[in-house]
Design a protein around this ligand. Structure first.
Ligand code: WQD
Length: 338
């Protein structure tokens, strides 16, 4: 059995990816210092897969503590690295926390990957690296713009660090650029657990619909789009998760070392904020209490993916449509109040 180390394994995308890896025959261990997640996810993973996942509660900015994982598990053949701070606004207030946490963790993991022969390294990147693109949909060759936040800068720098390291050492690197992950596993045993008031659209919608928030704001409807609200590429978290399994299988099968490849993980469909709200209202039967507010600083007008490269090279296809994204997100929100 190939053992895969998943960092941030208790997080939203990490937990969904662990489920998919297990269902595709991989042995998985997790490392998560629980600074942004809880081990509640591990119970959900066990409920879905029947497997108890070992989670090391370790801060990856401590290289010595992280090395202990590799000493305990000499058969780690791959690493999927999710663990990072990811709140755009917080990164503007605390840039050094973001640079230290996101980049020191990555450097330590890559040093240990080369030392302990964990040849396949998958890096959790984000469409945020594109900034405000001149043309959409964006392909993996679309020129990157200056990052709009320290969070975005850590993703751009992270990609460069992985690319340089895989070229210098016999590693195989894959950079996965997520668009907007939403929704929950169909079992409703795992889902998104935002900390504090949700910044992202879909948890803001579901928390407003369930009454945890009195009202939500649409951040601007005066953009040059079909209905004035921003366009994004919302993608079900399970489609993102399965892309990680396919990327790992692709890397192991091809065994191309000193090599790094980039894949966009989006559906290829651009959806406006108001269309997302309408889709939610349709599947939930709830009339959402929202108002049109001012634009949000840092928001880009529109971005969505050209995902041809992932479809062709990984054999990946999205299985969940927008209504299913909203349905599972709503079922998950309702499960939290039970
Ligand atoms: C989407 C749209 C908002 C909340 C960010 C990160 C990205 C990734 C996903 C980590 C925007 C609008 C939102 C609300 C609203 N994170 N909105 N009312 O900003 O596209 O991406 O999260 O990897 O890297 O940048 O996602 O969900 O915050 O916003 O109108 O209450 O919804 O203005 O147009 P975003 P989002």
């Amino acid at each position: 059995m190939q053992t895969i180390l998943v960092t941030g394994g208790c997080g939203y995308i990490g937990a969904h990816t662990i489920v998919d890896l297990i269902q595709n025959g991989f042995e998985v261990i997790s490392v998560d210092n629980l600074s942004r997640a809880s081990e509640h996810s591990l119970q959900g993973i066990e409920k879905i897969t029947g497997k108890k996942i070992k989670n090391y509660i370790i801060d990856l900015t401590s290289k010595a503590a992280t090395e202990q994982i590799f000493i305990d598990h000499p058969n780690i053949t791959g690493i999927i690295h999710f663990a990072a701070y990811k709140a755009v606004g917080e990164s503007v207030e605390k840039p050094l926390d973001y640079y230290e946490n996101n980049l020191c963790s990555l450097v330590h993991l890559l040093q240990l990957a080369t030392q302990y022969n964990a040849k396949h390294f998958i890096f959790s990147s984000s469409c945020t690296v594109y900034g405000n693109p001149d043309a959409i949909p964006v392909t993996e060759q679309t020129a990157l713009k200056t990052a709009a936040s320290p969070y975005g800068a850590t993703k751009q720098m992270g990609e460069t660090i992985v690319q340089d390291t895989t070229l210098a050492h016999s590693l195989s690197g894959i950079l996965l650029r997520y668009f907007n992950p939403v929704g929950a596993h169909p079992s409703i045993a795992i889902g998104e657990l935002p900390i504090g008031r949700p910044q992202n659209l879909v948890p803001a919608i579901t928390q407003t619909a369930i009454g945890k928030l009195p009202k939500m704001q649409v951040h601007g409807n005066d953009y040059a789009t079909r209905d004035g609200s921003c366009i994004r590429d919302y993608i079900h978290v399970c489609d993102i998760a399965h892309a990680h399994t396919l990327a790992l299988q692709y890397s192991i099968k091809n065994n191309q070392f000193n090599h790094c490849e980039i894949f966009n993980l989006g559906t290829g469909n651009g959806i406006t904020v108001l269309e997302a709200i309408q889709a939610f209202e349709k599947v939930s039967g709830v009339q959402l209490n929202y108002e049109i507010g001012p634009r949000r600083a840092g928001d880009i007008v529109a971005i969505y993916a050209n995902n041809d490269h992932a479809v062709k090279k990984l054999g990946w296809t999205c299985q969940f449509d927008l209504e299913e994204m909203m349905r599972t997100a709503w079922e998950w929100e309702k499960s939290l109040v039970k």
